[in-house]
Design a protein around this ligand. Structure first.
Ligand SMILES: C[S@@+](CC[C@H](N)C(=O)[O-])C[C@H]1O[C@@H](n2cnc3c(N)ncnc32)[C@H](O)[C@@H]1O
Ligand SMILES: [Zn+2]
Length: 418
């Protein structure tokens, strides 16, 4: 059975179809589906971790009312996504299939469809940083290997911190997060001079000096030493809740310094930074302060309110105070402008193309029908960000079409199997 599902082939760069400094409130999947291909330089995402916790900000804090669910059941995910993965990404499907519990499985489906969209949004020279913790990091790395390719794995960064939490008497205290960095292609931005740190150990010499043995020039070593070194893959930053200056009370707020390093390393001034789970907008604040363009999405309306408050209230980040004036808050699904002229979905030309593509076979029951007996159907429905573009359309026979209605393909497949 051919399934012309969403086409993720093209990685060509295009113009963004949104304005700099936009924050969307809503589920990031349909919104990302409406964003143009190849218009982002750097993505940082800090999604829910599948930690079996419901996070809520304390009443009275700046973030009061912000909460998000981090527990997963198969009802949380649209099984049509799994259908899409099965049809188009068999290796990814194998990884998801290997999940040990149905909660893990639903979490991985949820993440996989979003990571596929993120890859489409990135420029060829772009990078993605996925922030997670040991709850699901091993699974997420497999997803990233499948989607971006093992060769595109750049670093696993371990962010170590001290923080509140009850000490454990039978095991070590878990006090680190993991951040995976993958590049899209063979060349990527890495501004090593922007992120150098001083040599701590006075006996540690710059590598170049080692390489040249005893014949090194003292001045050159001094120069190199002053330049500092490229940091290791373990980073130590204070958690945001411990910083009076930064904390806004958002349950999972990340420190600005962490984002500064990532953004400085992997994007250039004027580049576009995107955070699809932007929370209280730490990434966006950091990007703004470093003269990057930025865009963010969060499902919680509290996040947008918080962003506005951070804008108004210079006390949280004095140096960024005035930069929030132009924030554009949206909750619509953007219309892609990079997929050429889109015919009305039920245009005869679409029907002809699909008939040829499916070789006269119904995408539901796999039976042959005559041209006149087919109906054009949206694979991803419009309210979920599915476009009228050919890549999102399929032909169904009259029977399959009426059984499916406007439900997902999984419903039709289950019905047909029964
Ligand atoms: C771990 S927090 C991000 C914290 C952020 N890095 C910061 O420093 O504030 C995860 C965020 O993802 C948001 N979220 C959860 N599911 C989402 C979805 N489907 N689309 C967009 N945002 C979502 C939650 O509301 C929450 O703010
Ligand atoms: Zn049929």
């Amino acid at each position: 059975m051919t399934n012309p599902a969403v086409c993720i082939k093209s990685l060509v760069m295009s113009e963004a179809n949104f304005t700099n400094q936009t924050i969307w409130t809503g589920d990031n999947l349909p919104i990302m589906r409406g964003m143009n291909t190849g218009c982002i330089d750097l993505i940082y995402l800090d999604p829910p971790f599948n930690s079996n916790t419901n996070y809520a900000a304390p009443i009275g804090s700046q973030a009061a009312g912000a909460e998000f669910k981090d527990t997963w059941t198969l009802q949380d995910v649209d099984i049509a996504w799994l259908d899409l993965i099965e049809a188009k990404h068999p290796r990814l499907n194998k990884v998801i299939d290997a999940a040990l519990t149905s909660s893990d499985k639903s979490y991985l489906i949820y993440m996989a469809v979003r990571l596929l969209e993120m890859k489409r949004l990135l420029k060829r020279t772009g990078s993605i940083y996925l922030h997670c913790d040991p709850t699901m990091s091993h699974w997420l790395k497999l997803l990233l290997d499948c989607i971006f390719g093992k060769k595109q794995f750049r670093n696993e960064i371990v962010w170590c911190y001290h923080g509140p939490g009850s000490p454990k008497m039978r095991q070590f205290n878990r006090k680190h997060d993991i951040i995976f960095w993958y590049s899209v292609g063979e060349t990527w931005t890495f501004n090593h001079d922007e992120i150098r740190v001083p040599y701590k150990d006075p006996n540690q010499r710059p590598r170049k000096a080692f390489d040249t043995g005893n014949a090194f020039n003292q001045n050159e070593i001094e120069k190199l030493r002053k330049r500092g070194k490229i940091p290791e893959t373990w980073w130590q930053y204070r958690v945001a809740v411990r910083s009076k200056k930064e904390r806004v009370g958002y349950p999972t707020q990340k420190p600005l310094a962490l984002l500064h390093r990532i953004i400085l390393a992997c994007s250039n001034s004027g580049g576009v930074v995107f955070d699809p789970f932007c929370g209280c907008a730490t990434t966006l604040v950091a990007a703004d302060g470093l003269s990057r363009r930025w865009v963010g999405i969060d499902i919680s309306p509290t996040a947008v309110r918080l962003v506005r408050e951070r804008l108004r209230d210079g006390s949280t980040e004095g140096e960024y105070k005035d930069q929030w004036r132009n924030v554009i808050a949206r909750n619509d699904i953007p219309e892609r402008t990079d997929i050429g002229v889109i015919l009305p979905y039920n245009h005869k030309d679409n029907k002809r193309s699909l008939f040829a593509l499916q070789e006269g076979v119904c995408n539901g029951c796999s039976e042959n029908y005559q041209f006149k007996d087919f109906h054009i159907d949206h694979i991803i429905d419009r309210k979920s960000g599915g476009t009228d573009h050919l890549s999102n359309l399929q032909l169904l026979c009259g029977h399959c079409n009426s059984v499916k209605g406007d439900r997902g393909m999984e419903y039709l497949i289950a019905k047909l199997a029964a």
